[in-house]
Ligand binder design. Structure first.
Ligand code: GDP
Length: 491
């Protein structure tokens, strides 16, 4: 009896706490939404379209609060963190809408506060909620997340693994200069700043070459070597792995000791604060992936994307065995894994793309041993640069997409001027998602490579009303993303 009474009292207290929390949060309920993904995945375009559609009351039939007319207004407010750069929304929208060029991509962390005034759907909600939600959108490079595993590795382990990777078949040629230079280095020789800089530069060059390679290799820590943010040139970034280390620790004064100290400084001053101050405070997260690029680049690139996704998901995994648990206890409740740029495909392939992303995500979730958050997947286009049509070829009617290819893009021997519209038959994705994961020989039997005819289009021309007001940016399934990421908080 006594226990059940205690239990009862505890529960009552908990309920009271929650109510009290709601009451104190009345004036400023906030939701911190992280937007990440490897470079060029579409973060900047996504955030710009997200905000533009909310502010301008875009067509969002699957975003319930908007559809039912409960959103009174959405507007930008000053962001809460003074030390974080602001996401340059106005510049990005200016580029997209006025100049019809894609905005500058994410290079470092930035933040934007969007406040939504709404009417709750339920009577209780109207009584208890303030009818305001501030969404703090935090944009950061996915490359930085890939650094988390380094927290659990010594410099010797990091070096050892880095030299194992350079011999993987796809990396061997890209790492040639780096391997040649590293072979001439004696780790136990006295520390030398010029040599350290040269090693760091050539190592970073090799990582960048992997990233830019057609085969689209994505998993390459240290992340700041690819996306330095404001740390370019600082000592914490002037290190590199060294071959054939004599022991775990370098002799004082040696190159080994110098590199080791910088590696540890990178962990302490770069990786940890980033996770503690930013990742640890997120409530929701969207992870954007460029699945189309990986699909076109072939099975190796898909394996690599899956590995990157596994590592990214591991960062959000709560509980024991996670390097982050000692840094924070706060949990991310919802994660959306979204393949953007679906406007490069005819709508018949949108569900197929989504099925492939589902397969990728399931495999990554299983490998990361991930549980404890709601994970969903989506194929979308934050900004839809194309429309659909059909072209008759002989007796066949082909589904096509129509858009304005960027200046300099080519199809066959035609080079585009950036002004002319054209129809492209993009190709289909396979009906069964498993086909794209099959080994190269099997894959060749069931599909053509490259899978999709991929042309980069200019952003769309935005229609204006008769009063000259520009309408919101067109999209594909952006409303589904909004519903999953913030919909329940506007219920
Ligand atoms: P970030 O590095 O993740 O910030 O990537 P961006 O948002 O800058 O996107 C990189 C590039 O991908 C853009 O310059 C566009 O060319 C393309 N892109 C991104 N999102 C879309 C989209 O929704 N539709 C189309 N057609 N292209 C997109």
């Amino acid at each position: 009896m006594a226990t059940s009474l205690t239990t009862f009292t505890d529960e009552a207290l908990i309920a009271f706490d929650t109510l009290a929390e709601r009451a104190t949060g009345l004036f400023s309920p906030t939701l911190r939404l992280g937007v990440t993904g490897l470079s060029r995945a579409g973060k900047t375009v996504f955030i710009s379209a997200f905000v533009h559609n909310l502010i301008h009351g875009g067509r969002l039939p699957l975003f319930e609060a908007q559809k039912s007319g409960r959103i009174a207004r959405a507007f930008l407010e000053e962001q809460p963190d003074d030390a974080v750069p602001r996401f340059q929304y106005e510049d990005h929208i200016g580029a997209l809408v006025d100049d019809r060029v894609w905005p500058d991509s994410t290079r470092a962390i930035s933040e934007l506060r969007l406040t939504i005034e709404y009417e709750s759907a339920s009577a209780w909600g109207r009584l208890l909620s303030s009818g305001r939600l501030s969404v703090d959108i935090v944009d950061y490079p996915g490359e930085w997340l890939l650094d988390l595993p380094l927290l659990g590795k010594s410099y010797a382990e990091f070096s050892h693994e880095a030299f194992e990777l350079v011999h993987l078949p796809v990396r061997e040629e890209l790492s040639a200069e780096w391997r040649e230079l590293a072979a001439t280095v004696d780790a136990s020789a006295p520390a030398d700043e010029t040599l350290a800089r040269r090693l760091a530069e050539v190592f970073a060059g090799y990582l960048r070459a992997c990233k830019q390679d057609q085969r689209a290799l994505s998993t390459l820590p240290p992340g700041r070597f690819l996306m330095p943010g404001d740390l370019d040139g600082s000592p914490a970034l002037t290190f590199a792995p060294l071959p054939k280390l004599a022991g775990d620790r370098g002799r004082p004064g040696s190159l080994h000791a110098m590199m080791e100290r910088r590696y540890e400084a990178y962990k302490t001053h770069v990786i940890k604060p980033f996770f503690r101050e930013h990742v640890a405070r997120l409530d929701r997260q969207i992870v954007l992936i460029d699945a189309l690029q990986a699909l076109n680049a072939g099975p190796d690139a898909l394996v690599d994307l899956e590995r990157a996704l596994t590592e990214i998901l591991s960062c959000f995994r709560p509980g024991r065995g996670n390097l982050l648990s000692d840094l924070f206890s706060h949990r991310i409740g919802r994660i959306l894994i979204a393949a953007t740029k679906a406007d490069h495909l005819h709508h018949e392939s949108h569900d197929r793309l989504q099925a492939i992303v589902r397969r990728l995500a399931d495999r990554a979730i299983a490998r990361a041993n991930f549980s404890g958050a709601d994970v969903d997947v989506l194929a979308m286009a934050a900004v839809r640069a194309t429309r659909e049509g059909t072209v008759k070829q002989g007796r066949e009617t082909l589904p096509v997409i129509i858009g304005t290819p960027l200046k300099g893009e080519t199809i066959g021997n035609e080079t585009f001027d950036g002004e002319t519209e054209t129809a492209v038959f993009p190709g289909d994705l396979p009906e069964k998602p498993g086909a794209v994961f099959a080994p190269p020989k099997e894959r060749a039997k069931v599909m053509d490579d490259p899978l999709i005819r991929f042309v980069r289009f200019r952003p769309p021309r935005i229609e204006r009303t008769s009063e000259g007001v520009s309408l919101s940016l067109p999209h594909i399934r952006l409303d589904r993303a909004l519903q999953f990421l913030v919909g329940d908080r506007l219920a």
